[in-house]
Design a protein around this ligand. Structure first.
Ligand code: FRU
Length: 488
């Protein structure tokens, strides 16, 4: 893609186009031997407007080819003001995208489709609506998700109901064309997410369903409220009985502040991959000046385990992006002096086994004088891992905060941390939990890692860090040129 000036905050191993605004991953499907990743995209500017579906494809999750924009609003049409989120399925030689048709003069975003017969290079929109009207009693309605279930197809659509419940509404079809409404697959009043201050929201955006053996499955929803917008991402694990999903208490899918609207892709061999949208955590003017906003998370392998939890880890292919082995350190830290583990670049992939006897952890120092840093702390007594970005940027326009995920004490903790310029994804390998956040260090010197422990505590550590190599983004073909000449 075109050469852009060096931007210290632009991730290199995370997918996004060179410029402009992106949000949700869309249309994730393995088709014609390729992983297809589309995303909500404004080709005209750096704010949420003019939503199109941008499009990449890849054979291996490492080298990506930009394809022509998959979906564009049709002037005067049902999607005149935007092609909102949805997914896609592979059906023989055709790829069918299901999406939310947005018009400013309509409160709901009903379902429509577009079809490709050339491997996703071009899509033919159907023009009219596939499901013209939401069922009675909805106050929000968007984001279809279609999957194959034996001989039939099923679809969920995200909704808010007038009685105050968030819902995923179920439809069924024999042929992807004729759809019958079956009622709410799952609907709940806003409720607390176990062990957190998060709530499940009045509306459920971008429902995703991961079917597992024996009728078990996981429903992933992005919690949304009409006044304060996106909240968090939760997962419900349960069983399908007839047409309804009976599930246990909600769990957080990502414990960080900056992951929303994740979407699933069913890969060959029964593997499930998940990408999320990681928004900017800096003020709008700063993001606008950068000329780009938003990035997709790493592709994650996600599994529903026998104990009813969802485990996530970066897709195995990403190990190929490990370059120079920058840090290899084992030892013990006991306060008050931190132990220097070595230098890392602005993009690195780290594994650590940590054995704390009290509060202890790793610090990523991003300024030479030690005043700017991102902390990853373990608190074995509270049973928590804390990622603290309060001092991760000396620029007051970057958001702060400390975020926690459960982490059992009394046993070694295995971590995987991928930092890519302004995004950090932290995976607790021991429990499969994930935490995503953005941070914007201002220091221009080399970054260093430290092992630290609180007074009276010790930290046994074994840390390895590798340079994280960039994804290969191929040159777009001539037909993938961007539209020009419109203002945002
Ligand atoms: C989630 C979302 C979807 C909608 C899309 C619009 O972030 O609000 O519900 O379809 O983004 O861009």
């Amino acid at each position: 893609m075109s050469t852009t000036p060096f931007d210290p905050y632009r991730p290199v191993a995370h997918l996004r186009p060179p410029r402009n605004w992106i949000n949700d991953p869309n249309g994730l499907v393995f088709h014609d031997g390729h992983y297809h990743v589309c995303y909500q995209y404004n080709p005209y500017g750096n704010q949420h407007a003019n939503m199109h579906w941008g499009h990449f494809r890849s054979l291996d999750l490492l080298s990506w080819e930009p394809l022509p924009i998959a979906l564009s609003p049709t002037a005067g049409g049902e999607d005149a003001d935007g092609c909102f989120s949805g997914n896609a399925v592979s059906d023989g030689d055709r790829m069918v995208a299901f999406y939310s048709a947005y018009r400013e003069d309509r409160w709901s975003q009903p379902v429509t489709t577009a079809e490709s017969h050339d491997g996703g290079r071009t899509f033919r929109p159907r023009g009219d609506l596939l499901i013209p009207r939401p069922p009675d009693g909805c106050t929000m309605y968007r984001d279809p998700y279609v999957w194959q279930d034996g001989a039939r197809w099923r679809m969920l659509v995200g909704a808010a109901l007038a009685d105050g419940r968030g819902a995923a509404l179920l439809y069924e079809s024999p042929d992807l064309e004729n759809w019958t409404y079956r009622g709410p697959f799952c609907a709940r009043e806003p409720q607390d997410v176990t062990g957190t201050r998060a709530r499940t929201g009045k509306g459920w955006e971008c429902p995703q369903y991961l079917p597992a053996d024996g009728g078990r499955g996981a429903l992933i929803i992005s919690a949304w409220n009409d006044h304060d917008g996106p909240q968090c991402v939760t997962a419900l694990v349960g069983e399908v009985r007839d047409d309804s999903f009976e599930a246990g208490p909600p769990m957080l899918l990502d414990h960080g502040p900056d992951c929303y609207a994740p979407a699933l892709l069913r890969a060959p061999g029964g593997r499930w991959l998940l990408w999320g949208w990681s928004w900017e955590a800096r003020d709008d003017a700063w993001a606008a000046a950068a000329g780009w906003a938003g990035v997709l998370t790493l592709p994650r392998e996600i599994t529903l385990t026998d104990d009813g939890t969802l485990h996530q880890q970066p897709a195995a292919e990403l190990r190929t992006l490990r370059g120079e082995h920058a840090v290899h350190a084992t030892g013990t830290a006991h306060g008050p002096e931190p132990v220097d583990l070595g230098g890392v670049g602005r993009a690195f992939d780290l594994t650590a086994r940590l054995e704390p006897t009290g509060q202890a952890g790793l610090r990523l120092l991003t300024s030479a004088d030690g005043s700017e840093y991102l902390d990853i702390r373990l608190d074995p007594v509270a049973g928590e891992l804390i990622v603290d970005r309060d001092r991760a940027s000396l620029d007051a326009r970057a958001r702060g905060g400390a975020y926690r995920m459960p982490c059992p004490g009394g046993e070694p903790v295995d971590l995987r941390v991928v930092v890519d310029h302004s995004i950090a994804e932290i995976f607790l390998s021991t429990t499969g939990q994930a935490l995503t956040l953005r941070c914007y260090p201002t220091g221009d010197g080399p970054w260093r890692l430290q092992a630290r422990s609180a007074p009276g505590a010790r930290l046994g550590y074994a840390v390895d860090a590798w340079e994280l190599l960039p994804l290969v983004i191929k040159e777009p073909s001539a037909d993938a040129a961007e539209p020009e000449g419109r203002s945002a």
